[in-house]
Write a protein that binds this ligand. Structure first.
Ligand code: SF4
Length: 241
């Protein structure tokens, strides 16, 4: 689905960006029901050197040379980028070689518990962590995490990161009707987001084929509950027309 380096992609949020997919398809520490990359076939929480840093940097150099101007280099793709073992070395290499470009990280936020990941992501210009639920039931039903992941630790480490981080910080929430669109779920997320202080909250809804066919687009009543619960934030609602 994604090459190691893919794009450029033009978007309202990031301008012209190149993506780096740091995990082989489909390795992740979550198996989200809405994932557009399909079922996680290797559910792993082990950080591995799937590629060498030198190889990634070389591929990036070649790609940038061929595509011309880009605004962002973005870690995203078919799995959690922090599972790439040499993330710190890679971030340092990118910042050194491409200081005129910004670095964004799209992350499921599960590995801020790891000090190396924490330190690496502090150097990024924009972090986009996902927070789909702050309740155990919602987290387990939507994100289907690896057994080693503990929601309490994830939420605490993300908060700690936020308090040290100086770059842009935009949270993403995927609305999964019937699971995290109740008032209880949404208010719990909103309470946590108040502590996280994101500059923007992107509310995602079903857009492409999900891993589980039962995931649906939220109805108007659900959207109304979301907008009410998140009324104190700058919300971008992504809703299929
Ligand atoms: S964290 Fe991202 S890549 Fe991993 S299963 Fe969830 S949506 Fe897919």
């Amino acid at each position: 689905m994604y090459d190691l380096i893919f794009g450029p992609i033009n978007s309202r949020r990031l301008g012209r960006s190149l993506g780096i997919n740091l995990t082989p398809n489909k390795t992740c520490n979550l198996d989200c029901v809405y994932c557009e990359c399909g079922k996680t076939t290797k559910l792993s929480n082990k950080r591995e050197a799937f590629y060498t840093t030198e190889h990634i940097l070389e591929e990036l150099r070649k790609k940038i040379k061929s595509v011309g101007h880009i605004d962002y280099i973005t870690f995203s793709g078919t799995g959690e980028p922090a599972l790439f073992k040499d993330i710190k070395k890679l971030v340092t290499g990118i910042k050194k070689e491409h200081s005129d470009k910004k670095l964004a990280v799209i992350t499921n936020a599960t590995l801020f518990t790891d000090q190396e990941v924490f330190d690496a992501f502090l150097e990024a210009d924009l972090i986009l962590p996902s927070v789909d639920s702050v309740l155990e039931i919602g987290f387990s039903k939507i994100n289907r995490p690896h057994a080693d992941l503990k929601l309490k630790d994830i939420l605490a480490s993300l908060l700690k990161f936020r308090n040290e981080y100086k770059g842009k910080f935009w949270v993403e929430v995927f609305i999964c009707p019937g699971i995290n669109d109740s008032e209880e779920e949404l208010n719990a997320i909103a309470l946590y987001l108040k502590k996280l202080r994101p500059e923007r909250v992107q509310v995602n809804t079903l857009d492409r084929k999900p891993t589980e066919a039962w995931v649906k687009v939220p109805d108007q009543a659900s959207i109304d509950r979301v907008m009410k619960a998140f009324k104190d934030f700058s919300v971008d609602l992504v809703l299929r027309k």
